[in-house]
Every structure is written in structure tokens, then in C-alpha cells.
Write a protein that binds this ligand. Sequence first.
Ligand SMILES: Cc1cc2nc3c(=O)[nH]c(=O)nc-3n(C[C@H](O)[C@H](O)[C@H](O)COP(=O)(O)OP(=O)(O)OC[C@H]3O[C@@H](n4cnc5c(N)ncnc54)[C@H](O)[C@@H]3O)c2cc1C
Ligand code: FES
Length: 273
Amino acid sequence: MVRRGRDLLMVYSLKTRILENKKILPDFYEMVLSAPAIAAEAVPGQFLMVKTSPTLVPFLRRPISLSRINAEEGTITLVYQVVGSGTKLMTVMTPGSEIEVVGPLGKGFTWSVKDKVVAIVGGGCGIAPLVALTEELLKAGKEVYALLGAQSRDKLLSDKYFIELGAKVMIATDDGSFGRKGFVTQLLEEVINTTRLDQVYCCGPLPMTKAVVKLTKEALVPCQVSLEERMGCGVGACLGCVCKVRSEEGSLTYKKVCHDGPVFTSSEVIFDD
Ligand SMILES: Cc1cc2nc3c(=O)[nH]c(=O)nc-3n(C[C@H](O)[C@H](O)[C@H](O)COP(=O)(O)OP(=O)(O)OC[C@H]3O[C@@H](n4cnc5c(N)ncnc54)[C@H](O)[C@@H]3O)c2cc1C
Ligand code: FES
């Protein structure tokens, strides 16, 4: 149990059963886990610390966001990109076997009844957690623009989920192989110029996040961003993920991305250039 403000949040350390683990793109896999306790508690933007091997190597668990949360079926879906030893080990895990996870961890995205029209901006594997967010925003009756960016068509995650969910989907690829040629931030600029947005949510590579924060600040649109830091423990104990933020009073302070985030408001985040 973790206390955050007045809220008491359950965090589980569990062996979960793998229901599916399949390649969805050349470097990306989708893993579905049976985890009713986690699915019942989790909110979009939160993540799991995943033990990628039954041995001590690699020793540290890997942070992976909840891409979809199905409380009724008691399942959660992770979408992971294969980048190093831990995620490579995950690719050979078979349905029916077990995987140890800790979660749900961190502070997720928030929305209010006042927000009517919102945009989510996702790039690369940052698109993954925005599926769960879009599902919840649409359930809450919001009009959702889903602006998705990737280097090329074969690296674009999940656009079909956003279309099936009923979001207004716009796509940009760096090489023009799908959707508009260019950066997803150009799509955001267009939407900001033509639509009165109440909130923007962002998850993706740092240069994209910086550009989204700049655009939304200039347009005076509130924005929440999910930050990525290398994580050791994922629960606020090792200080490995500390980042500099601006407090409400304007002074500089430090927060833990795993415990105080990964979602922060754009007014809090400070980027060291
Ligand atoms: C809150 C959060 C959510 C994330 N969600 C996703 C997701 O949904 N899908 C996805 O594909 N990736 C996600 N990542 C990135 C993912 O954690 C890394 O790609 C993964 O840890 C790499 O592990 P590896 O063993 O394959 O690579 P290695 O390079 O061998 O990892 C070495 C070490 O660095 C850490 N590390 C490496 N890259 C990152 C990174 N970008 N961010 C944080 N730690 C890193 C690892 O945890 C490990 O401790 C997320 C990261 C964070 C912080
Ligand atoms: S990863 Fe250990 S404090 Fe955040």
C-alpha cells in the first residue's frame, strides 16, 4: 500500500499469467497479462516494473506502461519495443507461462468534467499508454483528437485501436510513408489553430515532448506530459529517476519520475538544453 496525499493506493507484486505475447511490428511486441487486481486499480499513464528473467540477470525490472486496462476481463496489455537485454528476453516468453510484475505504479493522466475537446499527442512507443487514456476519455464523453507520429509506417503503433475507439485520428510520419509527411507537432499546431482544445496529453520522445510543451504554452492550452527516465526501483526508493521541476510557487525542486510522475503538468516540467 502506498500513501499519496490523502489517497491510499494498492501496489501489487505478483506473478501474472501471460495470455498472449505476439510481434505486432518489426521491433514491437504486445503482451496480454491476466492481472485482475492490477486491472481493477490501474489508471492510464501508470506503469509496471516487469521482471524480464527468472535469473538475477538482468537484475533490475523494466518499466513498461499499461497500454490497455480491461477491468471487466481482468487483463492488462503491455506494448514494448525491443531495445536491449530485458525487452529481448520478454519476446521469448510464451502464453501460459508466468511473469513477475510490480504495479500499478506512478501517477497517471487526469481529466476533469470541464474538459470537452482534448488532443492526445503520441510518438514512437509513447503511443502505447495513450490507447488506455483515449478509451477512458471517450468513455467520459470527450471529443478526442488522436495525433500519432512515427518515423515510418512500419514503426507506427496502434492507429487501428484509436480508429476503432472512435477518436479523430491524424497521422504523421517523418518519411511520408503514411499520413502526413512531417512531425506530429505540425498536426498539433493545425488542431490548435482550428479547434478550441481544453487539454493536451503527450507521451513520446523528448524532442517531441519539448515541442508539444512549447506549442501548448504559447496557445495557453493546459498540457500533461509523461516523462521517461531510467528507473532502478520504480517505487521511489533509489532516487535513480529524479528530475528537476518547477513548484507551484515557481521555485525549482526535484521530483521522482516513478513516484511523483511519470505524468507531470507542462507548467512543472523543466528541460535542460
Ligand atoms: C514510465 C516508463 C514507461 C515506459 N513504457 C514503455 C512502454 O510502454 N513500451 C516500451 O517499449 N518502452 C517503455 N519504456 C521504456 C522501457 O522501459 C525501456 O525501453 C526498457 O527498460 C529497456 O530495457 P532493456 O533491458 O531492453 O534495454 P537496456 O538498454 O539493456 O536497459 C538497461 C537499463 O536501462 C533502463 N532503460 C533503458 N532504456 C530506458 C528508457 N527509455 N526508459 C527508462 N529506462 C530505460 C532499463 O530499465 C535498464 O535498467 C518506459 C519507460 C518508462 C520510464
Ligand atoms: S526509479 Fe528508484 S526512485 Fe524512481
